[in-house]
Design a protein. Structure first.
Length: 256
């Protein structure tokens, strides 16, 4: 049986004598080894040109040249335990906004790192719960927009330490896609609410049964069906970012 390799060599698959490309005379005079090196060099040059074009075309859309800077004046206004809100770009953000009637779909707790108060991070419930540098956290939100809120009756130093400990105990905990009320998994507003409750006894925002949210909106109904099937726990208590944002115990201190 004639193999493809033999057919190629015999020229029946592609007659290089009848379909010869115009080749520079200097290339024709090369030995087979020189031609091979020339061909590989040509391929490498084409590859580099394609890479350069790709970087120039797509890099601005994939990466930011600089992380958003947090103004020193703004950092000077922050206090440990402040609650920060944003419109997340996660795939469930739109459903949360529609269900709660609020543009804010994600929140976390602000704490400083070190004695100089120049570095701030956000304890947030993602997968898993972690501490995210403030500038990086801001970058994840829509339009770098965020709002910082604080208790109208500010925390004292003891309460700030207690709140930090209450929040950091959840670091490493898995994110709760099902919005359950146990501590085995946790979602963003649940972390904020439970940390404040444990540290201060305050309920920052009102709990609502899942069924009280606007779950008839198609995008919301679809998300619930994906996660629960037909057995949606309508009576499960839920705390939303919107409920914390609207808490009468809080006041806005920064809006960017």
């Amino acid at each position: 049986m004639r193999t493809w390799k033999n057919t190629w060599r015999n020229g029946s698959a592609w007659n290089r004598h009848n379909h010869r490309m115009a080749i520079d005379p200097s290339v024709k005079e090369m030995t087979p080894e020189q031609r091979e090196r020339w061909a590989w060099g040509f391929v490498v040059v084409l590859g580099l040109l394609a890479l350069a074009w790709g970087v120039q075309t797509y890099a601005p859309h994939l990466f930011r040249t600089t992380a958003p800077k947090v103004d020193q004046t703004i950092q000077g206004k922050l206090q440990d335990g402040d609650i920060i809100f944003q419109t997340s770009r996660s795939n469930q953000s739109r459903a949360i906004q529609l269900a709660t009637g609020s543009s804010y779909s994600h929140c976390g707790l602000l704490f400083h790192a070190g004695p100089t108060f120049k570095k701030w991070f956000v304890v947030e419930a993602v997968q898993p719960v972690k501490c995210t540098p403030l500038a990086q956290w801001i970058q994840k939100g829509e339009g770098d927009h965020y709002v910082v809120k604080r208790l109208m009756d500010p925390l004292d130093s003891v309460e700030r330490i207690a709140l930090r400990m209450a929040a950091e105990q959840f670091i490493g905990t898995d994110y709760d896609l099902y919005f359950g009320w146990s501590d085995e998994r946790i979602y963003c507003s649940e972390l904020v609410w439970k940390a404040y409750k444990q540290a201060t006894g305050l309920q920052v925002g009102d709990l609502q049964p899942l069924g009280k949210f606007d779950i008839s909106v198609p995008a919301v109904a679809q998300k619930l069906k994906e996660r629960y099937g037909e057995d949606i726990p309508l009576h499960e208590p839920v705390i939303s970012p919107a409920a914390i944002f609207e808490s009468p115990l809080l006041e806005s201190v920064i809006a960017q």
